[in-house]
Ligand binder design. Sequence first.
Ligand code: HSE
Length: 328
Amino acid sequence: MKIALIGLGSVGRGVAEMVAKKDLGITITAVADSTSVCMDADGIDIHTLLARKKKSGRCGDEGVSVTELLKKADYDALVEVSPTNALTGEPSIGYIKTALNRKKHVVTSNKGPICLAGKELRALAQKKGVALRYEATVAGAIPVMHLLEHGLAGNEILAIYGILNGTCNYILTRMADEGLTYDQALLEARELGYAEADPTYDVQGIDAAIKLVILANTIWGNGATLDDVERTGIDLLTADALRLAEEDGCTIRLIAEAIPRKHILRVSPRIIPKNHPLVVEGTLNALTLETDMAKEITLIGRGAGSVETASAIIGDLLYIRNHYDKRA
Ligand code: HSE
């Protein structure tokens, strides 16, 4: 399977490294970062590519745009992992459309395009007879989309609740366990590389709300938008609030919840007992699905990280190869 990799940041590097390390039958034939591109229909040598990127900050040459690359290169699937733009989804929406219009499959970790234009992009993929998969957009390595699509097929999903932002969870854990101030904990989270480029997206609950919208639209196809999410972040939370919760055997977590029968689509800090299954530590994510047949299922795992997110991308690629299009 040949892939075009757009974005060579943390996630793109993780994908490239795992493709080089593991015998997956995946060949990278085109790569673009924010300033350059490289292309080789026979397969790009990944070690040389990553060494060049590390040394010069560029993966290849200037002069060819990403759109031109996507129109010219030889690939079966676009892996779109460039930085997310939550306001317009661009330029990634354009990249995804270019690939779909060429009847190429698309796998992405990019939350902006799927939150803002998921319905349109899914329709385009269907029209062109190719796959659009986005497991990596929600809860990183946790295969929630695969579970919904396959393991829970036939179930009615009644509600979802969970921790969808690792940065906030890390901040709340560090404040409660180590008595760090909000600013100290946020600084640590940024240093770990989990926070968004603009961490207000994390701490104001916007990132969790985006993921909630993606999940809600995938499950219920109800056309939810970011504006439909009632949202409170953790940016105004004090150490005192955490201490008071602690005195009652509880703690505070930023919970995203979608309960269609109650018209709830909400992200907010909630006081929950410390032994509740959703009380996970550090940068972990956790998600409970309430269903009619399987009842409750809770998933816990890494919601971000280079190789962790690559796991979701590679799972989607191999799914496409094995089930969707045996030619790829
Ligand atoms: N900033 C996000 C988080 C990254 O902290 O969960 C993964 O989407």
